[in-house]
Every structure is written in structure tokens, then in C-alpha cells.
Design a protein around this ligand. Structure first.
Ligand SMILES: NC(=O)c1ccc[n+]([C@@H]2O[C@H](COP(=O)([O-])OP(=O)(O)OC[C@H]3O[C@@H](n4cnc5c(N)ncnc54)[C@H](OP(=O)(O)O)[C@@H]3O)[C@@H](O)[C@H]2O)c1
Length: 254
């Protein structure tokens, strides 16, 4: 059984909804603490109220796409305020459904800002010696199974997640010498706000045919939360640089 101590502190980006909220709740259920980050303070407060020990959820509202260069310095401030971090979960992200003809480079950059560059800046700050606990530190980046399959109209989104998959392999080697592990999780469709706003664009017929691709049905945020906690914990101490698919069998069935 996985358990954390209160001083196992993980920063979770996107903690105000969906997967980031479920991950935060599960870390705290297992005994750890979370610094929850997102732009909307009300959403973070809602997550705090849903936690079994709300005082172990620290709220730090922030737009992670402004002032990238200062994100590593901000991580230093957080580790001084709350204690050295043992985990970083890069979960904040946006999705777009956009066929090639409609792609605009400016929008593509915005998507890469949060889905990729914010990850790099947070990892840079986390990996500074005084900001993490050294051996036992773990980084989890939430990618997507769309980076592995040919799902039409997801070019930028899938490419941003493909960048994450490659990045964790390189950084796993660089960070291993400091005792830090890093992996990515590639979920299939999970019912969250992101997914339902996407679903609004799908007809019932489209949704039905999508569901048929999932031998085990659509996933739930808790499925990803459990895998994340495993990767944050010492139970996975020999796993680094891996891209781990969790999709109810969808990617072998597309
Ligand atoms: N749901 C799925 O089916 C699915 C499948 C595969 C992968 N994923 C990935 O899982 C991650 C979480 O998705 P989700 O389904 O939980 O979606 P979600 O409910 O929309 O959560 C995304 C979170 O990212 C935060 N965020 C967005 N832009 C931000 C910014 N500039 N700065 C700080 N925070 C920002 C949002 O908080 P604020 O609005 O408060 O900033 C929000 O809490 C994403 O990376 C997504 O690509 C999801």
C-alpha cells in the first residue's frame, strides 16, 4: 500500500479541476501534502474543500504561461515557504480540436506554452538542488495517448504531448545523477471538464463510435490519480524515462 508523509510535498499544476484535482485529493488521502497551482483561485479552493485533510492543500494561484524565466525562482520561494519538494506533477494543459487548414501559429504557440514550455520551466526549478529532497524525488508529466495514434484534428495537441514523451527520456538521464526520476503518463479519454467541452463538439453518433474504441470504457480521473501516486512513490523507484499508457486498451484498438 502506497503512503506518503505530510512532509512529502508535491506541486500539482492544474489542481483546480479534472485530473489535477483527483491527483491532489489522492496524494492527500495517502498522507502527503500538495501545493495546488492554477489560474483560478476559486477552483483551487473547491479542490481544497474536497480534500480529506484540507490544511495539507496549499493554494498558489498562478498563470504558468507568463514570465517563464521566473518560474524556477518561484519554485525556490515555494520550497522555502513549505519545505523541499518530493514531487512535481505537470498536469495543467489545454486541448484544441483543429484541422490543419484552421491552424494558426499564434494559437499553436499558446498551446505549447502551457502544454510544453511551462513543464520545462517548472522542472528546471524543481530540479535545483535546494528545492527538492534529492533521492526519492519524482516528476510526473501528464501527456496523452493521442501522441501515439493518428486522431484527426489534434495535430498541435498531440505534438505537444509527443514533445513531453521525448523530453522525459532525455531528462531521465540528466536528472538520475541527482536522484530525481521523471516519467510521463499517457491517458486515453477521461471524463473531465476538458473532455466534456470537447464532447460538446461531438455528435451523439461520434461519441458512440468513440466509446466503441474503448474495450474497458472511458476512464475516470481516479484511474490516473492512482498511477500518478504510484510514480511519485518509492514503489516505482526503478522506473524513469517511461511513457506509461493508461487508456482502457483504446490505443491497441484504434
Ligand atoms: N481529460 C482527458 O480525457 C485527458 C486525456 C489525456 C490527457 N489529458 C491531459 O490531462 C491534463 C489535465 O486535463 P483535464 O482533463 O484535467 O482538464 P481540465 O479539467 O481542463 O484541467 C486543466 C487544468 O489546467 C489549468 N491550466 C490551464 N491553463 C493554465 C495556465 N496557463 N496556468 C495555470 N494553469 C492552467 C486549468 O486551471 P485554471 O483554468 O484555473 O488555470 C485546469 O485546472 C491536461 O494536460 C490534458 O491534456 C486529459
Amino acid at each position: 500500500m502506497i503512503s506518503f508523509k505530510k512532509d512529502n510535498i508535491s506541486l500539482v499544476s492544474g489542481a483546480g479541476s479534472g485530473l489535477g484535482r483527483a491527483i491532489s485529493i489522492r496524494i492527500i488521502e495517502l498522507g502527503g501534502s500538495v501545493i495546488g497551482v492554477g489560474r483560478n483561485e476559486d477552483k483551487l479552493n473547491k479542490t481544497k474543500n474536497l480534500c480529506s485533510i484540507p490544511e495539507n492543500f496549499y493554494i498558489e494561484p498562478r498563470d504558468l504561461t507568463t514570465d517563464f524565466d521566473n518560474l524556477p525562482i518561484w519554485l525556490k520561494t515555494l520550497s522555502e515557504k513549505y519545505g523541499k519538494l518530493s514531487g512535481l506533477v505537470n498536469c495543467a494543459g489545454i486541448q484544441e480540436t483543429m484541422p490543419l487548414a484552421a491552424i494558426k501559429i499564434e494559437n499553436s504557440r499558446k498551446l505549447f506554452d502551457i502544454n510544453y514550455f511551462a513543464n520545462i520551466a517548472l522542472i528546471k526549478g524543481f530540479s535545483k538542488k535546494n528545492n527538492n529532497i534529492g533521492t526519492g524525488s519524482s516528476i510526473v508529466c501528464i501527456s496523452s495517448f493521442t501522441s501515439l495514434i493518428g486522431l484527426p484534428a489534434t495535430t498541435n495537441y498531440s505534438a505537444s504531448k509527443g514533445a513531453i514523451n521525448s523530453m522525459v527520456k532525455t531528462l531521465a538521464v540528466e536528472l538520475a545523477r541527482d536522484g530525481i526520476r521523471i516519467n510521463s503518463i499517457l491517458p486515453g479519454h477521461i471524463i473531465t471538464e476538458l473532455m466534456t467541452s470537447e464532447n460538446n463538439k461531438l455528435s451523439e453518433q461520434q461519441l458512440d463510435s468513440l466509446k466503441k474504441k474503448y474495450p474497458l470504457g472511458f476512464g475516470e480521473p481516479e484511474d490516473v490519480a492512482d498511477l500518478t501516486c504510484f510514480l511519485l512513490s518509492n514503489s516505482s523507484k526503478w522506473i524513469t524515462g517511461s511513457n506509461i499508457v493508461i487508456d482502457g486498451g483504446a490505443s491497441i484498438n484504434f
